[in-house]
Design a protein around this ligand. Structure first.
Ligand code: DIR
Ligand code: MN
Ligand code: MN
Ligand code: MN
Length: 307
């Protein structure tokens, strides 16, 4: 693949400072080198910056903060991802908190729409991020991208999402923290919810293969959004919203290896890394290793098993 790294130092989607250092931490941990060693072409676009003339955007929900900044980031990310897909590249977004996915997935959706290809979304996260700006009680917009992508109401301040992704093409994977308003809304949608209970019972392989088969059957594009808190806090401490009971080292690598073997991934977000909370870069290095698995790193080549 021809990869393009896009730094997105977004940290206004939540309240704890530090995610703006994420892109630098990935570079220090050797992300470009790890991808290059696997034989891929890799360019680094550098960091996007927040547009200076931000819209004045009042929100009916007084809890919501930093809306103008997030609207600015959404525009910048959407254009950057659309442009790199249009140039035949695989965008890898170095976050930055998860609010950046409001824009990155919009860019992928705009491109997919022009190509008349269906876009699928794999959301690797402890959280469902299914709030709207009207239902969030924390006011943190990093908890809203899946709702925007699915075309829920309540995003009046945002540009209309280009071609919302139908619920049956969205797969939540690894979730174990869902707020009451998200829970109620998820029950009204047909989104595949592979929460930790499902993964404990079935393992990661069967649910993931089921989803990937759907992508393959429609020759879809696949955007993967990887939140650091998908991982268990014991192996990935550098995130502001740790939730116990996350995926293990081996489970996470296996997800990445299966994604590689599928050959279906067309864009990728790496989000919520907060280097101020890391321990000698171990979370950043784990994320780099996971990307390497996604890009084809393995110990032995094995014939791909059908499934
Ligand atoms: C919580 C936490 N559901 C909220 N969300 C996220 O603030 O809306 N934490 N995404 O990472
Ligand atoms: Mn453009
Ligand atoms: Mn998230
Ligand atoms: Mn999360």
């Amino acid at each position: 693949a021809r990869c393009i790294l896009i730094g997105a130092p977004v940290e206004e989607g939540q309240r704890r400072p530090g995610c703006r250092m994420g892109p630098a931490a990935y570079r220090v941990a050797g992300l470009a080198e790890a991808i290059g060693e696997l034989g891929h072409e890799v360019d680094d676009l550098g960091d996007l910056s927040l547009p200076t003339d931000l819209p004045d955007a009042p929100c009916a929900n007084p809890a919501v903060h930093s809306l103008p900044q997030i609207l600015g980031w959404t525009d910048a990310l959407r254009d950057a991802v659309d442009d790199s897909l249009s140039a035949g590249q695989m965008p890898i977004i170095l976050g930055g908190d998860h609010a950046l996915a409001l824009g990155s997935v919009a860019g992928a959706a705009a491109y997919a729409h022009r190509q008349s290809r269906p876009l699928f979304l794999l959301w690797l996260d402890a959280h469902s991020d299914f709030h709207t700006p009207m239902t969030t009680t924390s006011g943190n917009l990093h908890g809203t991208p899946v709702a925007y992508i699915a075309g829920r109401d309540g995003f009046d301040a945002f540009p209309p999402f280009p071609q919302p992704i139908p619920a049956e093409r969205i797969c939540l994977f690894g979730i174990r923290s869902v707020d009451p308003a998200e829970h109620a809304a998820l029950l009204r949608h047909d989104i595949a919810i592979n929460d930790m209970r499902v993964l404990d019972e079935q393992g990661i392989v069967a649910p993931l293969r089921t989803f990937l088969k759907q992508v393959e059957a429609l020759q879809g594009m696949l955007h993967v959004s990887l939140d650091v808190d998908f991982l268990d806090p014991a192996i990935a401490p550098a995130v502001g919203t740790t939730v116990p009971g996350g995926t293990t080292f081996r489970e996470a690598h296996l997800v990445m290896e299966l994604l590689h073997e599928s050959g279906l991934v067309t864009s990728l977000d790496l989000v919520e890394l907060n280097p101020a909370l890391d321990e000698r870069s171990r979370t950043a290095r784990l994320m780099v290793d996971l990307v390497a698995s996604l890009m084809g790193k393995k110990v032995f080549d094995r014939p791909t098993r059908g499934g």
